[in-house]
Design a protein around this ligand. Structure first.
Ligand SMILES: [Zn+2]
Ligand SMILES: [Zn+2]
Length: 209
């Protein structure tokens, strides 16, 4: 039975192929990419479009772009640079994950990313801030996280200091050990990195704020 090699492996081979091709015909055609399949100990090469092989991820209600990009990358075993390269938008993915939106993501960049991920422009725009935001500290409502485990873009708005949905003050650090929260694209396990308290358990402390 054939199994698909890991995406990082695929990209490594694809980059080598592109370099070889560029050397050969001095053109470096991006539209034709090579996919490698593992079958037993052998590698099979297919000439195909790599976009068809990215596992799709749907944005969640109110999700921030940083959190969404992290989910896309983990599901597809991609680094920020590899995702940017596949979409043809270079290093901006790593900046967006840190909420560095200056210059603000352009429609061209978002469309290119959307083409790769099978998403429409408006779906990506919905994950961007619609009012002034604070990059730091990263904030959260544990009760919201318990309902759906994702970072909401509105938690970073300058004007927000509490969750309107639960009427609880937003947390800007772990209430148990004081560690700051990582950027949302790295929220893999939904708990404090240092002491292991889950984001949902933090709801208890929010009530006392
Ligand atoms: Zn909430
Ligand atoms: Zn902690």
């Amino acid at each position: 039975m054939l199994t698909i090699g890991s995406i990082s492996e695929i990209i490594r081979f694809t980059q080598n192929d592109k370099e070889k091709k560029a050397r050969n015909d001095n053109k470096g055609n991006d539209s034709e990419l090579h996919i490698w399949l593992k079958g037993g100990n052998k590698l099979f090469m297919l000439n195909t479009d790599i976009k068809a092989w990215l596992l799709p991820v749907q944005p969640l209600e109110g999700e921030s772009l940083s959190h969404f990009l992290g989910r896309v990358r983990r599901k597809n075993y991609l680094s920020p640079n590899a995702l940017g390269e596949l979409a043809g938008i270079g290093g901006v993915v790593a900046r967006w994950e840190k909420f560095r939106h200056n210059p603000f993501p352009s429609d061209e960049e978002l469309t290119a990313l959307g083409n790769l991920l099978g998403l429409r422009l408006f779906q990506l725009k919905a994950m961007l801030p619609s009012e002034p935001m604070k990059l730091e500290p990263i904030r959260l409502c544990g009760a919201c996280y318990g309902e759906s485990p994702h970072h909401r873009i509105e938690w970073q708005y300058k004007s927000r200091w509490k969750c309107d949905r639960h009427d609880l003050k937003l947390l800007c650090k772990c209430p148990n050990c004081g560690a700051r929260f990582k950027i949302p694209s790295l929220w893999d396990f939904g708990k404090c990195d240092r002491c292991g308290l889950t984001f949902f358990e933090m709801t208890y402390w929010q009530k006392g704020l």
